[in-house]
Design a protein around this ligand. Structure first.
Ligand SMILES: [Zn+2]
Length: 95
């Protein structure tokens, strides 16, 4: 997903007046829907895993990185996790 568009969508959702979009919806419910949408979009913005650790083979070649998801704290591994399999946070394994 295009990072710039995601950031713009998050900002737009934060400031949109949902009451004027549809005055008959339950206000609290619409705010909850909006917050859920913002939370899901924010997970599309790649974040670096915490405590990234390199695992090398016996001649020093990189096998993979392991670390913790910055959103939920779950264990993630670079060889199979482009996004966290616990919470769907997109991960950036670069330095
Ligand atoms: Zn996670």
């Amino acid at each position: 997903m295009d990072e710039k568009k995601v950031r713009e969508a998050i900002e737009a959702l934060k400031y949109i007046n949902l009451k004027s979009v549809h005055p008959f919806y339950d206000w609290e419910e619409m705010m909850e829907v909006r917050d859920t949408a913002i939370e899901a979009l924010e997970k599309q913005l790649a974040k670096k895993p915490e405590m990234r650790t390199a695992y090398n083979d016996f001649v020093g070649r990189l096998i993979c990185y392991k670390g913790f998801c910055p959103s939920c704290g779950g264990v993630v591994e670079s060889y199979r996790n482009e996004s966290c399999h616990h919470c769907t946070q997109v991960l950036d394994w670069s330095e």
